[in-house]
Structure formats: C-alpha cells, structure tokens
Design a protein around this ligand. Sequence first.
Ligand code: 6R9
Length: 572
Amino acid sequence: MKTTIPSNIGSYEARLKDFSWSIAEKELGYRPGDDINIAWYCTDRICKMGKASKTAFIWEGLGGAEKKYTFNDLRLASNTIASFFKGLGIRREQRVCLFMDRIPELYLGFLGVLKLGAVAQPLFSAFGDESLLVRLENAQTTAVMTTHKHVNKVRKIREKLPHLKHIIVVDDQGKKPLQAGEVAFSLEKAEPVEDFQAAATKAESPSVLHYTSGTTGQPKGVRHVHYSLISQYLTAKWVLDLRDDDMYWCTADPGWVTGTSYGIIGPWSLGVTQCVLDVGFSADAWYQFIEKHKITMWYSAPTAIRSLMKAGEEVVKKHDLSSLRHLASVGEPLNAEAVVWSQRVFGLPFHDSYWQTETGSIMITNLPGMKIKPGSMAKPFPGITATLLDLATFEPMNSTGKVGLIAVRPGWPAMLRGYWNNEEAYKKKFRNGWYLTGDRATIDQDGYFWFVGRDDDVINTAGHLVSPFEVESVLLEHPAVAESAVVSKPDEINMEVVKAFVTLKPGRQPSDDLQLEIMNFIRKKLSPLAMPQEIEFTPSLPKTRSGKIMRRVLKAKEWGQEIGDISTLEND
Ligand code: 6R9
C-alpha cells in the first residue's frame, strides 16, 4: 500500500454541493470578460508566479536523446515561434497545422500558434497524404509546420490546397534543399524573442481544431475555444490529481485530444513538470522511462495497459516503479482485469476517465478517493450533469441497469462550439436539451456508469476512432473494387481492429495477390491506425431494401453475436 496523501479534490460529495466553474476561474485569476489565452496561461503566467526556472518539459527520443525546458524556455520558445508566424503574415484565427512526430517543436509550436491567436490544428504524423488532404482542405489551413520526414506528404497534395500559403520545416539544418514556398525554421538557431504580447483572445475565441471520425461523411473538425482552459485546468487538478512536485507522463500523441487537453494544457496551466517519450511501444522502455524520471502520475490508455499485461510481470520486476502514486486511463473501455492487474503489479489501480474530442475535457471518471468498481467508468465530474436517454424517445431514463444513450447537459467550459463548416452535424448532437455523446451505457444503483458500446458504426481500435466510411472510400478508389463495407472484429490487445469486406468488379477474381495489391494501394492513403487487418472478398454484401449496406450484419458475424432485426435485408 502506498502512503495516502489527501487528494486535490477532497470530498466528491462536498464538491458536488457547492460546485461552480468559478472555482477554476478564481484560481487562474480570470474574471468573465477578461482576455484569456491558453498559451499565456501555460507559460507567462507560470513564470510570473515565480516558476520561471522550474523544469516544465523533459523530452526523450530515440537512443536516449534528451531535451529539457524550463517554464521560461517554454515562454521564450512560444514567443519566438509566434513572432516567426507573425512575420510570415499568419493572422489570428487562421489555421496552422502541426504535422510532426512527438518532438519538442510540436509542443512548443502548439503554444506558439495559440499565443499568436491562430488556431492549432494538430494531426497525427502517421497520416497518409489522403487523410491529410481532407483535413487541410476542410479547415482551409493556412500553414503546416512539419519536418523533413513528413514534408513529402504535404508536397504531394499542395496543389490541391489553394489556402495553404506556408510550409514550415522545423528541422532544416541546411542539409536538404527546400522547395519554393517552403521555409525553414530552427528554434535552436532563432534569436529568442523576449517580449511578445500574447494575442488578446477572449473566452469564445477559437483555439484548437481536432479532427474526429464519424460513421458517415468526412472527418469533422471539432472547434474548441480558449475558455476550454477552465475545464482542462480543473479536471487535470482533480482527476489527474496533479501537484507542484509531480512528474507527469501522458502517453498520448497531441494528434489526439488527450495529447493536447492533458498532454499540454492541463499540466502546464498548473505549472507541473511533464515528460514525453517519443519512441515506439515496448514494455521495457516504458518502465525504464518511469524509473528514470521518477514518474508520479501516469495517464495512459487501455490498449497500452493490455500490451503491458501481455509483456508479463517479470519485466515489471526489473524496474523500480515506486515513484508512481496515481494512474489514469482514457480512450476505450478499461476492462476490469486491467484494473485488478495494475493494482497487483503496481500497487495502484488505473482510474478510468471517459470523454471525447467534442467534450474537450473529462466527463465521467473515477476520481481519487472514489470507490473503484473495476469495469465501471464511475461518476460524472462535479459540474457535469450526465444521464442516460432512452434509445427511442431521447427522454432521460430512471431505471437502473437498462441500456441508454450517454448524454450531458450542455454548458461546461470545454464543450465543442461546433464542427468546422458543418452546422448540420453539430445540430444533430443535441436532443431535448442534451448533448448526445453517441455512446451507450447503463447506470447502477450507486449512480456508476458502465460503458456498453458506441451507438454508431465508428471503430475504436487501440483508442483511435476510425470511420468505416473513410476506409471504404479509399478501397473504392482501387480499380478492382466494386463495393466495400468496413466493420470491426475482436482483437485481444486493441480490443477491436478494422476488417474490410470487398466485392469485385466483373472480370476480377479474388486472389492473394489482389489482396496484397489492394492492401498496398490503401496503405499509401490511410494512416496505419486505420489500416484493415484483413480484407475478405465476398460475392455480395448484405443490404437494406433501400440499398444501404448493413454493416451491423457483417459485424455481428465477426463478433459471434445475434444478427438482430434483418427484416429490411434485401438479399436474404
Ligand atoms: C478522449 C477520447 C471518444 C470515444 C468515446 C467512447 C470512447 C473514450 C472511454 C471510452 C469507454 C472510456 N471512449 N474514453 N470508452 N471508456 N473511458 O478518447 O476522445 O478520440 O474523440 O474518442 O472513445 O466511444 O465516445 P475521442
């Protein structure tokens, strides 16, 4: 048993009684109507509070490369980057895409974009040019900040992007020539800018644009504003329980909302030191990282935890992990075995946290001090009114144990303010005065939420949301493919993986060679995260009488479930 220190939140019940978001506003010294700039709060304010020389950021890359930054370094770097952007003519509210591996420039660039008052659009560096194109096109992105490793993908699509004015390559050391319209920027060589007036953004000024996948249509750009800081600060403080002397490690990539809300904004607005490891997964490397940096608070995801479980306990014993004091998880259902396992091997349970790109901050969670029921997401964060709505009527349900739609009363600070250029999709997220998450759950007699599944066809593979539509569209571009349907199939580690069913055009025959050819074709266009693990050729696909492909019939077979109502099935 670890020694128990009182948690930041104290008593959940007491907090529920007197909760107001003004608690966070007061702690941050913000009054309604004031300017609020996330980057200023994460850097300048922390320096003003006397923590300029405190370590803010420890970065580790391949081969043990290490870089360290103080809060003053963050302040200077974000000033320098913001001022460089300004010099290029980038203006407030224009979108600047960050397209990099998890190198320091990604984190510092994010702050620089916000400091300028422009909108940060982080995208996974694993994205292929097709995935990149739809997101840059939709956001009418002005600039992309990238590295030599990834710039070719941007070059390939540049002609299709009339709004894209600047490609900034941050690791140019004069080694490789850049092309016309590209500009090099080196943080190490740039003259540090001591004074930069952070943009006087207001609560509702746009800040971050994260793309998320739905079942239909292209990915949607989730619009966030600077006021989201209020939620992110307080949830990082109460759920992640971050304190001044913590060494925090959030394993998420900032291409995903977890990597920005809690991999940048949460910890740095609290003045907490965080560590980033930019190497591929290995249990030994991860434990080594915890041991070396004496990580105290660790925020990760179920797929990673399941991979650690698979790696076994011997490797745990090789390391001293006694610095850990609090663990949390997000992104997928946290299975009960993972909680029990972590309690056994680390002496600490993983605390679940449930939220979405759209919610911007944690909604339902197992707060420190709250009883853990392994397999349950536990209860709403104070200030969050969450309920279950009836699947048919969208009215709140009162019965326990019945499956309903998870819904949240709108109005928390980090809530999305819309989908980029897609008012219609945004409107569909609200019914009877509730925000619809699109997830299903049950609630037990103690008010604990138990995740059941998604209410749509979106695939959650290793915590990454994949739109079947996006994968199907790419498959259809192959000359041999007539139709396609993409569903999930079970997987021990990733919980679910992508599987594609394909019908072929007349004259084309299924073969292993063709399968390989299609795989190679789509690999260039999709991110590895969205790649099907399997392509199955089939003579026909199940369809409704109106011609819609019934993915759920295919999915049920993969999962060995009942197919349910197939009265609308056309070709039975
Ligand atoms: C932060 C994030 C959101 C979807 C969400 C749900 C699933 C997230 C979960 C969880 C079960 C949890 N999800 N946390 N499912 N238990 N603790 O993950 O954002 O990428 O938008 O995904 O992920 O289905 O609706 P995002």
